[in-house]
Write a protein that binds this ligand. Structure first.
Ligand code: FPP
Length: 245
């Protein structure tokens, strides 16, 4: 059996946790049952990422488009987020995990905003895994917000047009300060990016699996990492150039 090279792990893994609804239906249950089971997978994957020494893990929990789902599912998901965050923060904190949230958080109900602010504050000084939850997030929203911020700086004469570099652009994204993910995993057999980290995924290796999110476990993460390690990352260069480095 192949083994993971622990010296060549990605610093940052991003995951689109898809398939909760389909998995629940296959069990003859309603969609929220799938989301509750999805939380178990979140816990397992966070544990595995911590054990492996991954530095950043971003999970797509709720997209801007998800606000258009039926009201009971949206309300159920918000309750699940608030309950899970409140319940898990002590354990996350004890494991030195730092929590961060990206997205249009203004749209969240007050109770959720409060839970997020508390979790962020309580874990702010932790130095282990940074767990980033994308909530009410969309890549296009983030790009538009960054453009507005930069335009405002130009308009205030704090920045000139020639000074707008990739680094300046990154610094105006919600993910400011985080390295770009080297690996993006999507579960449940869909082959799309679905408005996730559009700028940051430019050079990410994309890994798709048919496994539904509620069934995703450490061994599935390891499988994705093995596949990642078998690929050659060239960043537009030739193989020879990469091998000379
Ligand atoms: C996508 O599956 C999943 C979601 C929209 C919600 C994901 C949320 C969780 C796993 C809970 C995580 C909780 C925290 C605190 C991070 P889907 O509903 O689109 O499934 P389908 O495509 O089969 O319908």
């Amino acid at each position: 059996m192949e083994t993971l090279d622990l010296s060549r792990l990605p610093k940052h893994i991003a995951i689109i946790m898809d398939g909760n609804g389909r998995w629940a239906k296959e069990q003859g249950q309603d969609r929220l049952f799938g989301h509750y089971h999805g939380v178990i997978s979140v816990r397992k994957v966070v544990e595995a990422a911590t054990e492996l020494g991954i530095q950043y893990l971003t999970l797509y929990a709720f997209s801007t488009e998800n606000w258009d789902r039926p009201e009971p599912e949206v309300t159920g998901l918000m309750t699940l987020f608030v309950e899970t965050i409140a319940k898990e923060v002590p354990d996350l904190h004890n494991n030195n995990i730092k929590l961060a949230f990206i997205g249009n958080l203004e749209m969240l109900p007050n109770e959720a905003k409060l839970a997020l602010a508390n979790a962020t504050e309580q874990t702010a000084n932790n130095t282990g895994l940074t767990l980033i939850i994308a909530l009410s997030y969309s890549g296009r929203w983030e790009l538009i917000e960054a453009t507005k911020k930069i335009a405002q700086k130009v308009s205030n004469a704090e920045l000139s047009i020639n000074e707008i570099t990739g680094a300046v652009f990154s610094d105006n994204l919600a993910s400011k300060g985080l390295p770009d993910p080297e690996l993006m995993i999507r579960t449940s057999g869909e082959y799309r990016i679905s408005n996730f980290l559009l700028y940051q995924l430019a050079y990410a290796e994309l890994y798709f699996t048919d496994t539904r999110w509620p069934e995703f476990r450490k061994e599935h993460l390891e499988q994705a990492l093995l596949e990642y390690q078998s690929r050659e990352r060239r960043f537009g260069k030739t193989s020879d150039q990469i091998n000379q480095l």
